[in-house]
Design a protein around this ligand. Structure first.
Ligand SMILES: O=C(O)c1ccccc1N[C@@H]1O[C@H](COP(=O)(O)O)[C@@H](O)[C@H]1O
Length: 219
C-alpha cells in the first residue's frame, strides 16, 4: 500500500477535500525562499493544520535558513511531520527532531543519491523530488523513476516520491518505484494554489489505495 500526501493546501475547503478523498497526509507550505502560489504564512499554516481531522497526518513544508528557524516554525505550526528543503546535515536534522519531538523528512533531488545516503540514518523518511536550483519543490517536473527505485531499494529510510506526479501517472510511478508514499502539489490543481477536488480524489484512487481496499472487501 502506498501512502498519499497532498501538498500545498492554502484554504479550508481544499483541506476538507483532501481528507474526504482519503489521503493519508496533507501538507502546507510556509517560510520558503522560492516564489510559489502555494505559500501561506506560519499563522495560516497553523490554522489550516488545526482543521485536519484525526488520522490525517499533517506536514509543514519549509525551507528554513537555519536549524533554529526550523525549530521556531515547527513550534508555531505544531505539525506531525516537518518536510525540510535545504542543505541540512545529519546532525542538524537530529537537532531539529530532538528540539521539536517531530518527525523530520529532508528533501533530496533525484540527482543527489549521495546526499540521500548521507542523510539516510538521520532522517525519519526521505522525500525524492525534482527540485529547482534553489532547492524548492512544486516544479511539476517528473524525475528518473528507475533511479529512484534503485535508491529506494538501497536506503533504510522510507522513500516518498514526488515531482510532476498527476492522477494520470501516479499508478505507473508507484508501480515502478514501490515507494512508501507519493506526494503531489501542482499536479492536482485547477489554478495555481487552488486544488481541483476531483483530481485530488482521482490521484488518491489511482495511487492504488482505494483499489486495494475494494479488493480486500470483495474477494
Ligand atoms: O509546491 C511548492 O510550491 C513548493 C515550494 C517550495 C518547496 C516545496 C514545494 N512543494 C513540494 O514539492 C513537491 C512536488 O511538487 P509537484 O507535485 O511537482 O508540483 C510537493 O509535493 C511539495 O512537497
Amino acid at each position: 500500500m502506498v501512502r498519499v500526501k497532498i501538498c500545498g493546501v492554502t484554504n479550508g475547503a481544499d483541506l476538507r477535500a483532501v481528507a474526504d478523498a482519503g489521503a493519508d497526509a496533507v501538507g502546507v507550505i510556509s517560510e520558503v525562499s522560492v516564489d510559489t502560489p502555494r505559500e501561506v504564512d506560519l499563522a495560516q499554516a497553523a490554522d489550516l493544520l488545526s482543521m485536519a481531522p484525526p488520522l490525517l497526518t499533517t506536514v509543514l513544508v519549509t525551507m528554513p535558513e537555519t536549524p533554529e528557524d526550523a525549530v521556531d516554525a515547527v513550534r508555531t505550526v505544531t505539525p506531525d511531520v516537518v518536510q525540510l528543503h535545504g542543505e541540512f546535515s545529519p546532525e542538524e536534522i537530529g537537532y531539529i527532531r530532538a528540539e521539536t519531538e517531530t518527525k523530520v523528512v529532508p528533501v533530496v533531488d533525484y540527482d543527489e543519491p549521495d546526499r540521500a545516503r548521507k542523510l539516510d540514518e538521520a532522517a525519519d523518511a526521505l522525500l525524492v523530488d525534482s527540485t529547482d536550483e534553489d532547492g524548492g519543490g512544486g516544479t511539476g517536473k517528473t524525475g528518473d523513476w528507475t533511479a529512484a527505485a534503485d535508491l529506494r531499494r538501497e536506503l533504510v529510510s522510507p522513500v516518498i516520491l514526488a515531482g510532476g506526479l498527476t492522477p494520470e501517472n501516479v499508478a505507473d510511478a508507484a508501480a515502478t518505484v514501490e515507494p512508501f508514499g507519493v506526494d503531489v502539489a501542482s499536479g492536482v490543481e485547477r489554478s495555481p494554489g487552488a486544488k481541483d477536488h476531483a483530481a485530488v480524489s482521482r490521484f488518491v484512487r489511482n495511487a492504488g489505495r482505494a483499489l486495494g481496499e475494494a479488493e480486500e472487501v470483495y474477494e
